[in-house]
Structures are given as C-alpha cells and as structure tokens.
Design a protein around this ligand. Structure first.
Ligand SMILES: [Zn+2]
Length: 85
C-alpha cells in the first residue's frame, strides 16, 4: 500500500498543511520552523474574524487542529548552534 499523505494549502494563511495518517499534521509556515495545526491556529487563524475570509481558511475546525499546546503562541527561539566551538 502506498502512502496517502496529502497536503493542503491554506490560501488565507499562506501555509501548507501536510496530512500524515496516524500522525499529527505538519504545518509549513511561509518562514520559520514547521509547526502544528494548533500552532497555526494560535498564531494566525484565530485572528481571522471576517466570515468571508474564514470560509477560505482550512484550519477553522477545532476537532482537526486539536487543543492548543503550551508555547504555540510564542515565537520560536532562534536556533542555537552548540556543535561548533
Ligand atoms: Zn488558515
């Protein structure tokens, strides 16, 4: 059986959401590290208040995105390279 992974693009939020059967979806932001649907929601989608625009957003379903996780709303700390000295 082949993988049935598919990705969807949210035209409104300018992200790509990759469906991973059995695993949490991965959201690729236009910049910065990848995240989860709940992270996308806390950073972008919850600020979409206009009903017309909300219809375009593919991350408005609370069942699909799951509960908000600690840290979702905060920017990721810059990567620190500890490997070189
Ligand atoms: Zn969206």
């Amino acid at each position: 059986m082949s993988e049935t992974a598919a990705s969807q693009r949210c035209e409104l939020c300018q992200v790509v959401i990759e469906d991973r059967p059995g695993l949490p979806d991965v959201v690729t932001f236009s910049n910065g590290p990848q995240g989860s649907r709940s992270k996308l929601w806390s950073r972008v989608c919850q600020y979409v208040t206009d009903p017309e625009r909300r219809r375009l957003c593919i991350n408005q379903d609370s069942d699909g995105r799951g509960a908000e996780q600690p840290g979702d709303a905060f920017p990721d700390a810059p990567a620190i390279d500890l490997g070189k000295s």
